[in-house]
Write a protein that binds this ligand. Structure first.
Ligand SMILES: [Zn+2]
Ligand SMILES: [Zn+2]
Length: 344
């Protein structure tokens, strides 16, 4: 890593010396003395020691948090999305595919991968360098050890889930408003039957706007209490990525979480949003859509499907899906025509 790092630093030094001075790595002894003065690292648990060793090895906390955050996001996102591509290629799982008649081509998968990687490397990676200073500003623990107790992590993560779901519901509804839809959200709706990899297949501005729901929860929490550790935020981001990728998977298994937690949205809910274009705006939970009636069409569809006789269900489903998708195309056309009437 060292030679490549030195070359990169020389490059940054040349064009942005102000940034380069924040990326200089100190030696291990100096780092340990400045980050962990008077702390007996050998008294820590194995994972806490590993955490401290990593920050000491990196010799620069901004760099350490930045690299860890970026790598975590890539590993979790693709680590969760790739198995869905494999599942999609196996005929055995087809029985649980939500939109049975839909398939994705390898050209679509490739285009989706390119857009996602481009956004990650051009928009997210540079911003991730700001993550550590922002965490410090809000008083979030980063390199510090020990970690938070498990009960506290669970309570904090529960709050982040509820906050993100609320933020996403309203931001997503706003993104369906003509000007925002046309210029930003339209790209994400290219998939009327999504795949796991398409969770972040979106305009960079959309990724930035919706990411606020994920990351603002922890920062808001920090304004209230000073007991949040970045490891808890990483656990939360991991679960949120699992949720987002799974919601786009296109599969609803008998063992999917929503069958055990009736308020969990799951792929069943978000897949309908992609197919129908309207309804089901939230991410993790169903309560916002349910309370505000933005799932009426979804429930009517589910009811018609439940009433269909078993022998006819496949045919009814195919006809229903085709009709709902057509209505969705018409609804999208109305949103896209926003402002056109006024000009004439
Ligand atoms: Zn949408
Ligand atoms: Zn989506």
């Amino acid at each position: 890593m060292s030679a490549a790092y030195d070359t990169a630093i020389d490059y940054v030094q040349k064009f942005a010396p102000g940034i380069a001075e924040h990326l200089v790595r100190a030696n291990a002894t100096a780092t340990q003395n400045s980050l962990y003065p008077g702390i007996d690292l050998s008294a820590l648990s194995y994972f806490e020691r590993l955490w401290a060793d990593y920050y000491i090895y990196m010799g620069n906390a901004i760099l350490a948090t930045g690299v860890m955050s970026f790598v975590l996001h890539e590993v979790v996102y693709f680590g969760r999305a790739i198995p869905w591509l494999i599942i999609d290629a196996l005929p055995f799982f087809r029985q649980w595919k939500i939109q049975q008649n839909k398939t994705v081509s390898s050209a679509q998968i490739w285009k989706c991968t390119k857009v996602v990687l481009l956004t990650h490397f051009t928009c997210e990676a540079p911003l991730i360098w700001l993550f550590h200073p922002i965490c410090c500003y809000f008083g979030m623990a980063t390199f510090e050890v020990p970690f938070s107790p498990l009960w506290l992590m669970a309570a904090q993560i529960a709050f982040f889930f509820v906050f993100e779901d609320m933020f996403h519901y309203w931001a997503h509804r706003a993104l369906h408003w003509g000007p925002l839809y046309k210029n930003i959200h339209k790209l994400h709706h290219e998939f009327s039957a999504p795949i796991g990899l398409a969770a972040e297949y979106a305009h960079p501005l959309e990724v930035m706007i919706l990411a606020q729901g994920t990351i603002s929860g922890p920062f808001l929490y920090c304004l209230w209490r000073k007991d949040l550790h970045i490891l808890t935020v990483y656990a939360w981001v991991t679960l949120r990525l699992f949720q987002a990728v799974d919601a786009h998977s296109g599969y609803d298994f008998p063992w999917s979480l929503r069958h055990f937690l009736p308020f969990w949205a799951g792929a069943d809910h978000h897949d309908f949003h992609h197919m129908a274009f309207v309804n089901c705006f939230s991410t993790s939970f169903r309560w916002w859509d349910y309370s505000l009636g933005t799932d009426a069409k979804y429930h009517a569809y589910k009811e018609r499907m439940a009433k269909a006789k078993a022998a006819e269900r496949a045919a009814v489903e195919q006809a229903e899906n085709a009709r709902i998708e057509q209505e969705g195309v018409a609804a999208e056309r109305v949103v896209l025509s926003y402002g056109k009437g006024k000009k004439q």
